[in-house]
Design a protein around this ligand. Structure first.
Ligand code: PEP
Ligand code: MG
Length: 574
């Protein structure tokens, strides 16, 4: 078969050559194969795990649902939970697995189908209950597959999928994946951010690549240029082999700046920190970067646990981060669940990005918020933790969040617990209303962190994860630059510092504009740390400031981009 080239959006840099694993999430087809005697024990264990996981998911959905639509309407989940708690029924399934040597999926499907058939013959009320059973059946079968899915993926594969959720991406990362290729998705979709965090090349938005490839096919993924090559020729493999060596050499060159000061040629200090998504990435901070963590996302705790983790677990996690980062600081962002950061089984909303997300969930579910704040405070005794609230859209919201924080402090003090009573509190500026209120918001908090990933999508009304409109997701749109500039001005007028933690800070062309606008800190993906530091060390702040201000006069993205490109081309990177 000849070589075929596919193009998508470059979402995470790097090159890999390996075999494909094609992943499809939506199918709940049962495995009808016969089991050998030695597989039966594992099958029973997997079945039990899938039941427990399904119960956990259903309980979570039930509690969210009760919160949102009331107890009465949430009863449907009670019925589903009851089915999975029916030990008599489950034992029957297990006995049949042992006796018939068939997969748990097959027997479970068969047993539930029997019940569905009985209901089908009943009255209208009975027939309406069929979907409860079908839902439970699909959930358990899917969860059985998820368990096996990870172990079925050969280590070092390139994952190809129509779409990947953050949970899928995390799950696969345990198999040393060499790349992610998806038909859907944009550069700032969370699956893309996670790939960058994992330092694994990714190409998203290929539209239909997954339909053209089979598990086991040989691929080259070029995450720098958004190119995927199926069945590459010998010459192409050699060319990419040479490119890989060049990339390694370039990285080594950049690595030399890692411990040099993060300041411009004319001596302006720019704090360069990193965004951390997973524990594995902390190595970068401790071994190489020796820098602050400008954004510690806590959603992974929720994604991995499938639920909000208990306070004690969080205390351990945050204490660990504080200790390994010390004497540098870590900014812990409270849960930003919602948008595309929900588990696939969670409640669906028509417009999740405009829905129940981030601080909204925390303010509506105070007990969860208080547990997280309490855990952060208890971990703050080294005084190197800052708290960051995401998705703030009003003054009331930030005041309420701060009030809750104070309540938690009082309660901890009463219990004699130690914590940093002067812990710094900041907010993400990522919603357009916060840009307009920046002056007032700056009076409420100790710092701002601009989340350009969301800010761009909300200012331009362009979904950050939709590849069809990815050309309209423009960091150099004049409205975006003016908003960012306005926020920095408002913060400085009120004497608070501004960090930029969205992907714009990791994008070399945009980073120079942010520095020119006066951003005090850039919090970047660890893989871009050395490159952005080299840029900071190569620019003259005074010159850059003058240049950046001229961009605010330009009316189109095209003109701005052209100017930035010209400036960058003339820059000599040390
Ligand atoms: C952002 O929106 O820019 C940001 C950093 O937050 P997240 O990508 O986690 O939504
Ligand atoms: Mg955001």
């Amino acid at each position: 078969m000849g070589e075929e080239i596919f193009r998508g959006i470059p979402a995470s840099p790097g090159i890999s050559m390996s075999i494909a694993y094609v992943y499809s999430r939506s199918k709940t087809i049962v495995d009808i194969s016969e089991l050998s005697k030695k597989d039966i024990e594992n099958e029973l264990l997997d079945f039990e795990k899938a039941i427990q996981l399904s119960l956990k998911e259903l309980k979570k959905i039930h509690s969210i649902s009760t919160e949102r639509i009331g107890e009465e309407k949430s009863k449907i989940f009670d019925v589903q939970i009851e089915i999975l708690n029916d030990t008599l029924f489950l034992n029957q399934v297990k006995e049949r697995i042992i006796k018939e040597n068939k997969t748990a999926g097959f027997i479970f499907d068969n047993e539930i189908s029997k019940i569905e058939n009985v209901l089908m013959a009943g009255d209208e009320y009975m027939r309406e209950r069929i979907s409860d059973f079908t839902d439970v059946k699909n959930r358990v079968i899917r969860n059985m597959k998820r368990e096996k899915l990870v172990s079925k993926v050969e280590e070092n594969s390139i994952i190809v999928a129509h779409e990947l959720t953050p949970a899928d991406t995390i799950l696969f990362s345990r198999r040393k994946v060499q790349g992610y290729i998806t038909d859907l998705g944009g550069v700032t979709s969370h699956a893309a951010i996670i790939s960058r965090a994992l330092r694994v090349p990714a190409v998203v938005g290929t539209k239909n690549f997954s339909k053209n490839v089979l598990t086991g096919d040989f691929l080259i993924i070029d995450g720098f240029n958004g190119v995927v090559i199926l069945n590459p020729s010998k010459e192409t493999i050699e060319t990419y082999g040479r490119r890989l060596i060049e990339v390694k050499e370039y990285e080594q060159k950049l690595f030399k700046v890692i411990d040099l000061p993060s300041e411009t040629k004319d001596g302006k200090k720019i704090e360069l920190s990193v965004n951390i998504e997973f524990d594995e990435e902390i190595d970068f901070v401790t071994k190489y970067g020796h820098c602050d963590i400008g954004l510690y996302r806590t959603e992974h705790l929720f994604l991995e646990a499938g639920d909000f983790p208990p306070e004690s677990y969080q205390v351990k996690e945050y204490t660990h981060i504080s200790e390994v980062t010390y004497p540098k600081c870590v900014t812990i962002r409270t849960y930003d669940i919602g948008g595309d950061k929900l588990l696939p089984s969670s409640q669906k909303e028509d417009n999740p990005y405009l829905g129940w997300r981030g601080i909204r969930i925390c303010l509506d579910r105070e007990e969860i918020f208080k547990e997280q704040l309490s855990a952060i405070l208890r971990a703050s005794t080294k005084k190197n933790i800052k708290i960051l609230f995401p998705m703030i859209f009003s003054i009331d919201e930030v005041r309420r969040a701060k009030e809750i924080l104070e309540e938690v402090k009082v309660s901890l003090a009463k219990k004699g617990k130690l914590f940093d009573s002067h812990i710094k509190v900041g907010i993400m500026i990522e919603v357009p209303s916060a840009v307009f209120l920046a002056e007032e918001l700056a009076k409420e908090v100790d710092f701002f962190s601009i989340g350009t990933n969301d800010l761009i999508q909300y200012i331009l009304a362009v979904d950050r994860g939709n590849e069809r409109i990815s050309d309209r997701y423009q960091e150099f749109h004049p409205a975006v630059l003016r908003a960012v500039f306005k926020v920095i001005q408002a913060a400085h007028k009120n004497k608070i510092p501004v960090s930029v933690c969205g992907e714009m800070a990791s994008y070399k062309l945009a980073s120079i504009v942010l520095i020119g606008f006066g951003a005090d800190e850039l919090s970047v993906t660890p893989s871009e740390f050395t490159e952005i530091k080299s840029i900071i060390r190569s620019v003259n702040f005074k010159e850059l400031k003058k240049f950046a201000l001229t961009l605010l006069e330009l009316p189109t993205e095209k003109e701005i981009k052209k100017e930035v490109n010209n400036f960058f081309e003339n820059l000599i990177i040390n």
